[in-house]
Design a protein around this ligand. Sequence first.
Ligand code: BGC
Length: 436
Amino acid sequence: MATTNPVPRFPDGFLWGVSTSAHQIEGAADEREASVWDVFTAEPGRILDGSTAEVACDHVHRHTEDVALLAGLGVDAYRFSVSWPRVRARGGLDFYDRLVDDLCAAGVRPVPTLFHWDLPAGLDWRERDTAERFAAYVAEVAGRLGDRVTKWITLNEPAEHTLLGHALGIHAPGLRLLFDALPVAHHQLLAHGLAVRALRASGARDIGIANSHGPVWPASQEAADVEAAGFYDLLLNRLFADPLLLGSYPDGLGELMSGDVTADLEIIAEPLDWYGINYYAPTRVGAPQGTEIDFGGVRMPAELPFSVREITGPQVTDFGWPVVPEALTEILTTFRDRYGDRLPPVVVTENGCSYEGVDDPERIAYLDGHIRALHRALEAGVDVRGYFVWSLMDNFEWAEGYARRFGLVHVDFDTLERTPKASYAWYRELLREQRG
Ligand code: BGC
């Protein structure tokens, strides 16, 4: 284990947690409406192992056991997502009502994400009114849970949902629109801004978003590679952070959105109480190579103005993602330098890795390295207030089905038995040490 040297102490009040999402763990698909993910999953060849999320971890029926696992772990907070298709079903909010009660009783702070990719089937982010419908749903959830929930997340990773779901067609809804997917990004950002207003109108405070960010490294110092990497950085990082933090789209991209977005930008830039960053790995990018390449299972079309290259050297996870803890320090200091006072306090809302096995020294090493890297960002003056491991338990990993395991708790998908891994015990110990 990589823990002989104790992790440095984080400030008092630092929020330690774990994350999950509704579609990935809940199951009980017949007790909710369908989502775009149900439709996508039913199409042949979409999911690596041919599986579905109909049962997943059966969390809806086993949430008591899962809350006990959270309490046993000793986390301060639990980030889960509310399924919009479940809220639309009769009595759908009852489940979240009970879950929030149980979490509060167990001394674990509930931190709901209001959208984690499971859009109700029939809705479409290409349509502007999806943003307004989202705000109405958010108001309903806040009305029901707002007396106990004191920290909120609007959206999870609109970047991935746009890129993987609408530009490249690897995630639901399976569209391959390339740059015509940009309005999907805009409508999600608008949905975020409207949701912030709806939450505040209902009296909610402490509102953030969970955006995926990471350093983009040029494949070489050749001008063409540097330019391609800069463009990719624009798409992954600035397209989703600039409008929220600066109230504008980065150069050139605003024009590609549908219509005049000036008034929308004012809504999108509604001040945030904190900014969530999901970090997994950096990306190395070079000039286009003229051929379609396979990158970690993602087919990158030849016509894109960049190509994603392999990062050689560091260890990789079972997913093939390089393990580069320093890049977490780098993205946090980059954000602080780029946005200065406009950046509110930061929370790392997801960080984790996929490895097999209940004895998982690689996961321990990954988390240990990243938590130390987070501490270095703190020492460098970044105002980081929390850290959430992805994920509490193994779950339905989107297009990879059950083939990738990110959990601190192992789930046997035949029996649904939960078994805490070595990393669960390690994280519990870390939290104990942090509290002195
Ligand atoms: C998503 C999670 C996902 C994780 C690992 C993040 O992009 O928010 O839902 O399971 O990465 O791929």
